[in-house]
Ligand binder design. Structure first.
Ligand code: ZN
Length: 181
């Protein structure tokens, strides 16, 4: 396992089965310039790999923060979201939906995951301001996927046994790549 990040370290995307992805992340205690630098670097890594969300453990940083931009377009900076210490609560009576998900830590792997279609989320932004929102559709999906990362839960743990069997070979390949690096 690689050591914890130090201030100023270059962030790099971490792939399954790197242990940091299974660890429950700690709260961010202080939103300082280093936290803001890392959030910016995470957005860049997310764009570079064609993602719409990225959680801190995916860059080896075991703290509760994730970034998102549902457009995936680096030009659309107004769509950028940063969630620090997010808390998700279920919306009463929310229906569940199954949707194909990918994860940058799993390269091209896509699996159908069932999750509530609507959630409530409360988090802090990079200015230290608390915000709350009702997320639906793709945002609800993204927030739940990313908050799972902060709890060390991966999307492959949210699928049926049948689906798990189907991706066995793909996971073996990822394990092999990881062992060779
Ligand atoms: Zn992911």
């Amino acid at each position: 396992m690689r050591p914890e990040l130090s201030p100023g370290d270059k962030l790099t995307l971490r792939y399954f089965p790197e242990p940091v992805l299974r660890r429950k992340a700690r709260d961010v205690v202080l939103i300082d310039s280093e936290v803001r630098r890392r959030a910016r670097a995470m957005l860049e890594i997310m764009y570079e790999h064609g993602g719409i969300g990225l959680a801190a453990p995916q860059v080896g940083w075991s703290e509760r923060l994730f970034v998102a931009n549902l457009t995936g377009d680096p030009e659309q900076t107004a769509e950028e979201l940063v969630f620090v210490n997010p808390i998700v609560t279920a919306t009463a009576g929310a229906v569940e939906e199954t949707m194909e998900e990918g994860c940058l830590s799993f390269r091209e792997l896509r699996v159908p995951v069932t999750r509530p279609a609507t959630i409530h989320v409360r988090a802090t932004d990079l200015e230290g301001k608390i915000f709350e929102l009702e997320a639906t559709e793709l945002l609800a999906r993204c927030v739940q996927h990313e908050v799972d990362h902060l709890d060390g839960i991966l999307f492959i743990q949210r699928i049926s046994m049948v689906e798990q069997l189907k991706i066995k070979r793909a996971l073996k390949e990822l394990e092999k790549d990881y062992a060779q690096r």
